[in-house]
Structures are given as structure tokens and as C-alpha cells.
Design a protein around this ligand. Structure first.
Ligand code: ADP
Ligand code: MG
Length: 253
């Protein structure tokens, strides 16, 4: 996947044009876990939207598997901080939703959804409605729903941002161990939490304040599988986080 000389300008006709992102060049090999950090409003969501094919860049090109991205594709999983579950569907029916779009038959859908809920430790909650689940459980249902379509690319926009610190740790650990099982899918993970970025990613991109540019590209050379609740206290981890923090800090403060 690549962004080549990508800039994006919002508005222009009736409103003042806004240069949201400026001259972005990124190349991401398949199977890499990349985190993007940067101050609020620097264009992180805009980058995900361009990668997903939801909005075209004003200048430059966005490519996946060597081809220009021109429209949303079904092998992309997109997850947000408050991924909306359908309130009138049970957890299982929510997970089945993506499979339904793919034309998977009823029984297979059901089995697959139950398997995924089990994988995310939600067995026993298949028939619960979102309102009966905690925030953390809802977010795990959203992960299961995204997993169901077996995405080749995960675009995650502060996916765990709405969770309390402890729940977040549990959901992060579940997500990273699922991904580490195959490491086949590419992940683009936007977060305002630098610790989260360094704990999870192979590589952390730091963006400047708007107009967003790539300020630095940092390889996170920590072994996998990562036991994130322990890794947080590791000296090598702390040094990596501190180094990146110094760059991020000047964009935020
Ligand atoms: N549809 C839009 N129209 C005009 N400006 C927008 C639009 N979407 C985003 N912007 C502006 O572009 C900049 C980048 O937005 P965004 O990608 O959402 O930032 P981030 O996700 O890093 O917080 C922001 O300054 C925002 O106000
Ligand atoms: Mg955003």
C-alpha cells in the first residue's frame, strides 16, 4: 500500500480552502502493523478515509496492491472509537452483518459468528443486545464483526479510545494476539495514545500539526508476541516511547 505525494484540500468553492494533509509519502508492506500519532486535527482520519477509498486525494495517488484506490473495497475493515452496533440486533446478529453483505448462507453465518464471539471471550453473550453489554464488550463485538469479513487491511481510528484504561488493556491484548496469529493483514492504527502505538505497532508514524505531514517514521523493534501488560514496564519499551514522545511533544505543546 502506498501514498505517493498525497495532499488533500477541503472546501474551496464557498468556504475557505483547508490544506488538511500535505505531501504525504508512505509505503507500507503487506502484513505490517503501522500506528499513526499526531495532534488533533492533523489529518489522521483523512488519511484513513483516503486509504479506504471514501475520499480521493486532491493531489497524488493512493495505491493498494499496485492499483489506484478509487472506491471502497470489501476486504477493508474500518473500525472507529464508538463503532456503532445495531441496537436492535443481538451480538451474534451484529457479527453476522458483514457476512450477510458477502452473501454467506444462514447456517454458516451463524456458526462463524459464534466462533468469533468465542474467540473474543463473548460466548454466552451471543443473544445479548448492545444495551446489555459493557463498552468493552461492545467494542469486542465490533472487532468480531470486522474479523468476520477477514479483512486484508484494517483501518482503525482510535478504536479503543472510548474504553477505560483497564478495559482498554484487555481489548488491546485480545486484538494484538489475534493479529499476531497470522500477521497477514495490514493494520493502520490511528491513536492519540503514544503508549498504545508503541505497544502494538511495528512502526509508528508521527505527524506534524496541520497541515499534516509525516514528521518521523520509527521502527519499533520489540519482539513478538507482545505481552502488553508487562511490556509497558520494559526499559527498551520505555526508551522507544520516550524517543518518539520528544518529537510528538513539540507538535502538541
Ligand atoms: N469535510 C471537511 N470539510 C472541511 N474540513 C475538514 C473536513 N474534514 C476534516 N476537515 C479538517 O481537516 C483537518 C484534518 O481533519 P482530521 O483528518 O479529522 O484530523 P484528525 O483525525 O487528525 O483529528 C482538520 O483541521 C479538520 O477540521
Ligand atoms: Mg480523527
Amino acid at each position: 500500500m502506498s501514498l505517493d505525494g498525497v495532499s488533500l484540500i477541503f472546501g474551496g468553492k464557498d468556504t475557505e480552502p483547508v490544506l488538511a494533509v500535505d505531501s504525504i509519502n508512505i509505503e507500507i508492506p503487506q502484513g505490517q502493523f503501522v500506528a499513526i500519532v499526531g495532534p488533533s486535527g492533523c489529518g489522521k482520519t483523512t488519511i484513513l478515509n483516503m486509504l479506504s477509498g471514501l475520499i480521493p486525494p486532491t493531489v497524488g495517488s493512493v495505491k493498494r496492491h499496485g492499483e489506484e484506490v478509487t472506491e471502497p473495497s470489501r476486504d477493508i475493515g474500518y473500525m472507529l472509537a464508538r463503532s456503532a452496533l445495531s441496537p436492535w440486533r443481538t451480538a451474534r446478529k451484529n457479527v453476522e452483518l458483514g457476512l450477510q453483505f458477502h452473501g454467506v448462507g444462514r447456517n454458516e453465518r451463524r456458526n462463524r459468528a459464534e466462533e468469533l464471539l468465542e474467540l473474543l471471550h463473548l460466548e454466552g453473550f451471543a443473544n445479548a443486545f448492545p444495551s446489555q453489554l459493557s463498552q468493552g464488550m461492545r467494542q469486542r463485538v465490533a472487532i468480531a464483526r470486522t474479523l468476520a469479513i477477514d479483512p486484508d487491511l484494517w483501518l482503525m481510528d482510535e478504536p479503543f479510545g472510548a474504553l477505560d484504561a483497564q478495559t482498554r488493556l484487555v481489548v488491546q491484548a485480545e486484538f494484538i494476539s489475534l493479529w499476531e496469529k497470522s500477521k497477514e493483514s495490514t493494520v493502520l492504527f490511528v491513536t492519540h495514545d503514544l503508549e498504545e502505538a508503541v505497544l502494538l505497532a511495528d512502526r509508528v508514524l508521527v505527524m506534524t500539526a496541520r497541515p499534516g505531514r509525516i514528521k518521523s517514521d520509527n521502527v519499533i523493534d520489540l519482539p513478538r508476541p507482545r505481552i502488553i501488560d508487562e511490556l509497558r514496564f520494559d526499559e527498551q519499551f520505555k526508551a522507544a516511547e520516550h524517543k518518539i514522545w520528544k518529537e510528538l511533544r513539540s507538535e502538541i505543546i
